[in-house]
Design a protein around this ligand. Structure first.
Ligand SMILES: [Zn+2]
Length: 438
């Protein structure tokens, strides 16, 4: 029932290579796993990573999301499941005191949020969202300051839905509260919901997701013909149409959702375009701006407000930044160092190069005599040769491009060593944007 019913064993990073100070960081904590069941928790976390990284838009987030697991043992296996809301009456002594049946609804799985947040902060101080994995196969989960999910079938789907609440502030888009056509949920009360993905307003000029609605789409797009029930009809417009579909935010009528389907409405469906955009906007943390002083005697990072900067490193020869983070060369040796997110903490990751280019997932180097291109493998000082001579290299969200040293023609790296595609003629200089090359 309390923290005397278990022990925090420690943390392990299981996904991501983003610098810790600018990553979107998910922390998974276990509840109801005994000492002997920690492997089951570890496996559940691996399963979560696989599910998250194969689900849009997270599949495009590269290594920018860091995921940690915090192993916590509990005296007993499972969670409380009170009889009142339809449970078995089971009680379990667990560290975070997880219980089904909150608010009289069995699938509402909650725990001691204060203990969860304290534990997450102690283990991974930069965490963005804490998610408790509860060792039970009873269906359940919840969002809020802490997300929870059980190991019922489709556990990852529950987890992604709850992350939609906890990390991105998305509303439930389903049109019921306790699970059916219950009374008292016919008409959404007045007052515009704060969340970005539900609304009472179908005025095209002021609709909060008006940017996503085609001028040819009718508003409302579908209206519920019987407000005593959830509108269970199939969509009357093509899949992917963004408009106003009546039935959302626990009510049959007067509240609208952006698409007919969404993961915030039904597990197993993709996120709608409005939820996708909300997730993308918040997963991309503000890019850090870094500068090397004119005398090259220190590296500074912009604090994000006013003209305030923080000194994060000493002398550098050159600095390069990109999605993967910040790297700098030693002014004496030319060796490459990666900034670890804490002032004056830098890791030696490689030798000197003619130039470097930082991509979303790693850093590339052109050898000092420009006879080969190398890709950093992510650990120690290990690099892989991926191409021959190049004039210059450029990286960005779209990937890596290099110029032919004699013709100046542009080539794109295809992801496999020595596999390059000719994509253009000579240019004075190139810059790589997230989706194309200029
Ligand atoms: Zn949605």
């Amino acid at each position: 029932m309390t923290t005397s019913d278990g022990t925090v064993q420690g943390r392990t990073q299981i996904h991501g290579t983003a610098p810790r100070n600018r990553a979107f960081t998910i922390v998974l904590l276990g509840d109801g796993f005994t000492v002997a069941q920690q492997t089951a928790f570890n496996n559940a976390c691996t399963y979560f990573v696989t599910g998250l990284t194969s689900t849009p838009p997270f599949d495009k987030a590269g290594r920018a999301i860091n995921i940690w697991r915090v192993n916590v043992t509990s005296t007993d296996s499972g969670a409380d499941d009170p009889v009142g809301p339809g449970g078995t009456g089971t009680t379990a002594r667990t560290y975070f005191d997880a219980t089904f049946g909150a608010n009289g609804i069995r699938r509402l799985l909650v725990c001691n949020n204060a203990t969860v947040l304290q534990t997450a902060a102690a283990q991974v101080p930069e965490f963005t969202v804490a998610l408790v994995v509860v060792n039970s196969t009873i269906y359940g989960g919840s969002g809020g300051s802490v997300g929870t999910y059980s190991l019922a079938d489709g556990a990852t789907e529950i987890a992604l839905h709850e992350i939609g609440h906890s990390a991105y502030g998305l509303a439930d888009e389903y049109a019921y509260y306790a699970g059916g056509d219950e009374t008292g949920q016919d008409y959404h009360p007045a007052g515009e919901p704060a969340e970005p993905n539900v609304t009472l307003n179908t005025d095209r000029s002021t609709l909060k997701w008006g940017w996503a609605v085609a001028t040819t789409t009718a508003l409302p797009t579908m209206s519920n013909p019987n407000c005593a029930k959830v509108d269970g009809r199939p969509s009357t417009v093509p899949a992917g149409t963004v408009g106003c579909f009546e039935g959302a935010h626990y009510y049959h009528c007067r509240a609208f959702r952006p698409e007919h389907i969404c993961k915030m409405k039904d597990l197993g469906d993709p996120f709608c375009q409005v939820c996708l955009q909300a997730i993308r906007a918040r997963t991309k943390r503000a890019k850090n701006i870094c500068a090397l002083t004119p005398m090259k005697d220190a590296v500074y990072r912009y604090d994000g407000t006013g003209t305030s900067w923080t000194r994060i490193g000493g002398p550098a020869g050159q600095i390069y930044a990109g999605g993967w983070g910040l790297v700098a060369t030693n002014p004496g040796t030319g060796d490459l160092y990666r900034y670890l997110g804490t002032p004056d903490m830098w890791q030696h990751i490689g030798g000197a190069g003619a130039s470097f280019a930082v991509a979303p997932d790693t850093v590339y180097a052109l050898t000092p005599n420009k006879d080969a291109v190398y890709r950093y493998n992510g650990t120690g000082t290990s690099w892989t040769k991926i191409g021959g001579p190049a004039g210059q290299i450029y990286a960005g969200g779209w990937g890596l491009v290099a110029t032919n040293p004699s013709t100046g023609d542009l080539y794109r790296y295809l992801g496999t060593p020595d596999m390059w595609q000719h994509i253009g003629g000579a240019g004075a200089s190139f810059a790589v944007a997230p989706d194309t090359v200029f």
